[in-house]
Design a protein around this ligand. Structure first.
Ligand code: NAD
Length: 494
């Protein structure tokens, strides 16, 4: 179903013109003067430009971050950092309508989603504000002969380089700025070339909230230029990367020069298993939106839907009916549930997988690019393939679009085997009314997160992360904050 845009909210004054990098508290263009056109994926129209930075700009940003790390920021007390994070929290929430609108215009996600990030942003910032004591020095119990006092310090690791994708900049940036502010690190963030505007506006607001110059820096540009310069830079102590497996492998190699600490949050082909005893009134919309949310551009999307054979036919029919009710359209319309894909490139990629799916399996619903008033945007219908198996390309490769593959299975053990037959291990889900099945299968799925009778829930205090080819490191929770610290022991002979 398509949603029609009646009256769009006014475009924020921030949109348009040339946006610069934030380096050491100054807004500066790329040294080369190069820019990247910003495209609204809903219309194909222009939204201004961002800086196309290269290693020169990255050098400057890293130098600014280093100077800030060694400057007065290092003397800020945990209490001061907590207050700063809460001030950032307040200014962001006061300006969240504008931030949501910028994100919608820049990357296409509907306002119904981006406005919903207000509450999540509040939670995540309150969580990190509560973590400022993570580096507190502790007297360690020791087992030495003699009389020693041993102290275990947890100093911040230093300058953190953040590299994030375009699918949720207003989420992704907090996994770098949040722990950096909590622990006293400084950061250079390179957002994705396809979606940098909301990050730049957040950085302006963070400055207004009192974040000192150089503590956070934003350098926009292409991955091959600005991203690789950050990954290679010897002045960067840690890289927090979110993106694809191929880029992660390049970054791991590039970061070897100074043995950077790494956090890698990568892709997935997550299983979502529907058992015959599931409550289908919940499982059908739950599994469908587990794939289609954000037009399928979600790392944890439950794209392989395994359905027990006894209910397979009914499930496919009901999922197709549900999918037809999903409203696709311009994200500025408050009724829109799914917006466009991020770019022509991503649209071509997803349509390519739909072609493959048409050869491999049966199309149950969807499968087309939106035409007419949507022809200039990058819209594709939410799509369900059935009659599939786990070996098909559409069941093996991450599509990163609104494409679900439904696969039948017979037994619990078979479901577990199929679910784990993937190089990825980011997430998984299952739908059952049987407590034993819930426990058994959730433990057996090789993934960083498993949802039972729900999908995509995320508590910043718990966090998430991957295993296998979905990467390593953990985002959220105390573990994440501690990964911005290192350990140092001091032995005092009494
Ligand atoms: P991508 O790897 O192409 O790009 C991600 C970021 O890396 C961008 O900022 C890009 O400019 C940069 N980059 C590209 N080449 C680089 C290089 N050689 N050196 C340094 N940086 C470089 O990923 P994408 O297609 O933009 O994003 C989608 C991917 O991200 C999917 O695989 C998705 O599953 C994954 N993702 C994972 C999570 C998670 O938390 N696990 C969250 C969101 C997205």
């Amino acid at each position: 179903m398509t949603a029609h845009l009646a009256a769009a909210p006014p475009t924020p004054a921030f949109i348009g013109g040339a946006k610069h990098n934030l380096i050491g508290g100054q807004w500066v263009p790329a040294a080369s003067g190069a820019t990247i056109d910003v495209i609204n994926p809903a219309t194909g129209g222009a939204l201004g430009t961002i800086a196309a930075s290269d290693s020169v700009d990255v050098d400057r940003a890293v130098a600014a971050a280093r100077a800030a790390f060694e400057g007065p920021w290092s003397g800020w007390t945990p209490h001061q950092r907590r207050k700063l994070i809460l001030d950032v929290h307040d200014i962001l929430l006061d300006n969240f309508d504008e931030l949501a609108l910028i994100e919608t215009l820049d990357m296409g996600a509907p306002l119904s989603r981006t406005m919903g990030l207000r509450e999540w942003t509040s939670q995540v910032l309150q969580f990190f504000a509560g973590q400022v004591d993570a580096g507190t020095v502790a007297a360690a119990e020791n087992s030495l002969p003699g009389d020693f006092l041993t102290l275990r310090y947890r100093p911040p690791v230093g300058v953190v380089g953040g590299i994030i994708p375009w699918n949720g900049p207003l989420i992704g940036l907090w996994w770098i700025f949040g722990p950096a502010l909590a622990t006293g690190c400084t950061a250079v963030l390179k957002p994705a070339e396809d979606a940098s505007l909301s990050v730049l506006r957040v950085a302006e607001l963070m400055q207004q909230a009192g974040v000192p110059d150089g503590v956070i820096n934003v350098v926009t540009g292409y991955g091959k230029d600005a991203g690789s310069a950050l990954a290679e830079h010897h002045g960067v102590d840690r890289i927090a990367f979110t993106g694809s497996v191929g880029t992660a492998q390049t970054i791991v190699r590039a970061s070897a020069g100074n043995l950077k600490r790494l956090q890698m949050e990568l892709g997935g082909k997550s299983p979502d298993i529907v058992f015959a005893d599931a409550d289908l009134d919940k499982a059908v919309p739950g599994a469908a939106m587990g794939v289609f949310t954000n037009s399928g551009q979600v790392c944890v999307a439950g794209t392989r839907i395994f359905v027990q054979r006894a209910i397979h036919e009914e499930f496919v029919a009901r999922m197709a009916d549900f999918t037809k009710t999903i409203r696709v359209g311009n994200g500025l319309d408050p009724n829109t549930q799914l917006g466009p894909l991020i770019s022509q490139r991503q649209l071509d990629r997803v349509l390519g997988y739909i072609d493959i799916g048409n050869d491999e399996a049966q199309l149950a619903v969807g499968g087309r690019r939106l035409a007419g008033e949507y022809a200039n945007g990058f819209y594709v219908e939410p799509t369900v393939f059935s009659g599939a198996n786990n070996e098909m390309t559409i069941a093996r490769e991450e599509i990163f679009g609104p494409v679900a593959t439904v696969i039948p299975f017979d037994t619990v053990d078979e479901a577990i085997t199929l679910a784990n037959a993937t190089p990825y291990g980011l997430a998984g889900g299952l739908w059952t009314e049987n407590l034993g099945t819930a426990h058994k299968v959730s433990q057996a799925i090789d993934a960083g997160t498993v949802w039972v009778n729900c999908y995509g829930v995320l508590d910043p205090a718990i966090g998430f992360g991957g295993t296998k080819m979905s990467g390593y490191g953990w985002k959220g929770g105390r573990e994440h904050v501690e990964s911005y610290l290192y350990s140092k022991a001091v032995y005092i002979n009494l």
